[in-house]
Design a protein around this ligand. Structure first.
Ligand code: UFG
Length: 345
């Protein structure tokens, strides 16, 4: 029988790409989202890409216990992937209560409802932010977590702990929960169809949407935050992971849970390429691959940025059989195709 996966926050950037990959892998998917940070563009794109018009969609607020409980009691859900969360680092510093309230309550409601209604598998979307400024790169899953540098990062650490505690506490009970934490590095790009991609509201915080919006003329100039870091070209180093590759990691992880292949009751995987790329290298690649010149300038460092972080993805490669495949060039071409699609070009 086909297994059903609930994707909370499934209309957003990562959620929509994951929904496509799950459907293409043969899962039934239920999408739920409160639409607080997206519109229906990506959900409509998902239907077009998969040719599936009847994907169940629920507009629900995961902070409302009753709504979450009803979703789990009305539907037979085999696994849940929890994305629904606020994600802007700077905003979380300005509005910590809003971040803790939303990101913690929504996850607690999901865990409680899953455990009460026979959904034993919970995948939590975590972030490389949990490593803070690491003493050593690349980071493995055993690299110690550092104190979070923002309330956003703190919610990721707290949700990781909550899931691990829940897995321990429910072991052997009717409401048993098994967990996987995927720690994403920097997801970028768009689906090769250019029908779904990143859709930031207002001024983008993240590098690639700022680049594509500058290239299309929506923004005047990209500021590269800091060129005096102790790195080869002075700009920060990150591990940019293609969004479709990242989405595929979820298919491997869900399969692992549903086919009882897990080696521990709560597993952690880094989802990255293992290759550091500097901000300047990324900008230069974008220009080269897409044959255009980008208006950019060097600006002061951004508060809270770490100098260098990239993944050691060996565990995900060996244990899950997943590996990042698309090159940064392909990914940057896809990001540009998506921006042009949005502009109707
Ligand atoms: N950058 C610029 N100019 C911009 C935007 C970003 O130079 O306009 C630089 C940043 O300074 C950084 C790099 O591009 O060096 C990447 O920045 P992003 O904002 O795209 O990504 P971050 O690495 O800051 O953020 C990611 C995730 C967050 C997570 C954070 C933790 O998007 O969810 O890592 O480090 F919290």
């Amino acid at each position: 029988m086909k297994k059903t996966v609930l994707v909370s926050g499934g209309a957003g950037f990562i959620g929509s790409h994951v929904t496509v990959e799950l459907i293409e892998a043969g899962y039934d998917v239920i999408v739920a989202d409160n639409m607080s940070n997206c519109d229906m563009t990506c959900f409509e794109g998902v239907k077009k890409i998969t040719g599936k018009e009847d994907i169940p969609f629920f507009k629900i607020d995961f902070c409302k216990e009753e709504e979450v409980r009803k979703l789990f009691s009305d539907n037979k859900i085999d696994a849940v992937i929890h994305f629904a969360a606020f994600k802007a680092v700077g905003e979380s510093v300005a509005k910590p209560v809003m971040y803790y309230k939303n990101n913690l309550n929504s996850f607690l409601n999901v865990l409680e409802a899953a455990s009460a209604h026979g959904c034993h598998n919970v995948l939590f979307s975590s972030s490389a932010t949990v490593y803070g400024e690491p003493d050593k790169v690349p980071v493995t899953e055993n690299t110690p977590r550092k104190p979070a540098t923002s309330p956003y990062g703190n919610t990721k650490q707290m949700c990781e702990d909550i899931l691990q505690d829940t897995v321990k506490a429910t072991k052997g009970t009717d409401g048993e929960i098994k967990g996987i934490l995927l720690r994403y590095f920097n997801p970028i790009g768009a689906h090769p169809s250019a029908l779904i991609g990143e859709l930031p509201r207002g001024v983008p915080n993240n590098l690639v949407p700022f680049i594509t919006q500058t290239a299309i003329g929506k923004r005047e100039c990209l500021s590269i935050f800091g060129n005096d870091y102790p790195t080869p070209d002075g700009t920060c180093l990150r591990d940019y992971i293609d969004i479709v590759d990242l989405a595929k990691a979820h298919v491997f992880a869900v399969g692992r849970m549903l086919e009882n292949k897990m080696k521990a009751d709560c597993e952690i995987f880094n989802i990255g390429t293992g290759k550091p790329v500097s901000v300047l290298e990324l900008v230069n690649s974008f220009e080269r691959v897409n044959g255009l010149k980008l208006n950019y300038k060097f600006a002061p460092r951004r508060a809270g940025d770490v100098t260098a972080i990239w993944a050691d993805p060996t565990l995900a490669n060996k244990e899950m059989g997943w590996k990042a495949e698309r090159s940064v060039d392909e990914t940057l071409a896809a990001a540009w195709a998506w921006e042009k699609h949005l502009a109707g070009k």
